[in-house]
Design a protein around this ligand. Structure first.
Ligand code: SF4
Ligand code: SF4
Length: 194
């Protein structure tokens, strides 16, 4: 995989498979236009999977976002992310009180808010049948996908520290855990079962 868009042969396969690229009539190889529109992409990765030149379109766009953020040109508030950042940067519903040693259920922030009863049931079953605790936190994905690299690193470091403080063992992936913690950067092995 590469992020070198000069390798683009403009076959339009990415455009043909993406509503966003189609709407603006551009390919991943159209760097100048893509920079202007970097926050319109869903980061779904379809463009990456169809590219015959192995260009990682998703990474190209994420890198553009990071570049815009680090140069102060992203203006995320004006783009409507103020509320999301307020909630996720320091996740308001964070709760490590029910973590146990060993493995934990880490359902992230979206799953419990969309399916609170299912989360509560899963949490209870795991606790009763296997002594597994539950941790409620945001893994940092929404913040990371806006290109806020420093915040992403701070969040994953904090999760890592909190899990360690709770006695959760590194590398223990023998029990169901629902979320990969920000691409494995925390050092804890995680597996997805739902
Ligand atoms: S699929 Fe790859 S080579 Fe084809 S236009 Fe898109 S980025 Fe360029
Ligand atoms: S990652 Fe972005 S550009 Fe690529 S297919 Fe998904 S929405 Fe389109």
């Amino acid at each position: 995989m590469t992020t070198d868009i000069t390798k683009c042969i403009h076959c339009h396969k990415c455009r043909d498979s993406c509503a966003f690229l189609k709407k603006y009539n551009i390919d991943i190889g159209d760097g100048k236009e893509l920079r202007e529109l970097a926050f319109h992409c869903f980061l779904c990765g379809t463009c990456t999977s169809v590219c015959p030149e192995n260009i990682d379109g998703r990474k190209v766009i994420l890198d553009l976002r990071r570049e815009l953020v680090s140069s102060g040109r992203a203006d995320l508030t004006a783009r409507g992310y103020r509320t999301m950042l307020w909630e996720k940067k320091n996740y308001k519903f964070r709760n490590y009180r029910h973590a146990g040693e060993g493995a934990v259920l880490f359902p992230g922030c979206n799953f419990p808010s969309l399916y609170p009863k299912t989360t509560a049931l899963l949490s209870r079953i795991l606790k009763e049948t296997a002594g597994i605790g539950t941790v409620y936190d945001c893994c940092g994905k929404p913040v990371a996908e806006l290109g806020l690299e420093d915040e992403e690193n701070r969040i994953t470091d904090e999760i890592s520290r909190k899990l360690k403080d709770c006695g959760v063992k590194e590398g223990d992936n023998s029990m169901p855990q629902l979320l990969q913690l920000s691409q494995g950067k925390t050092g804890y092995s995680c597996s997805q079962h739902i």
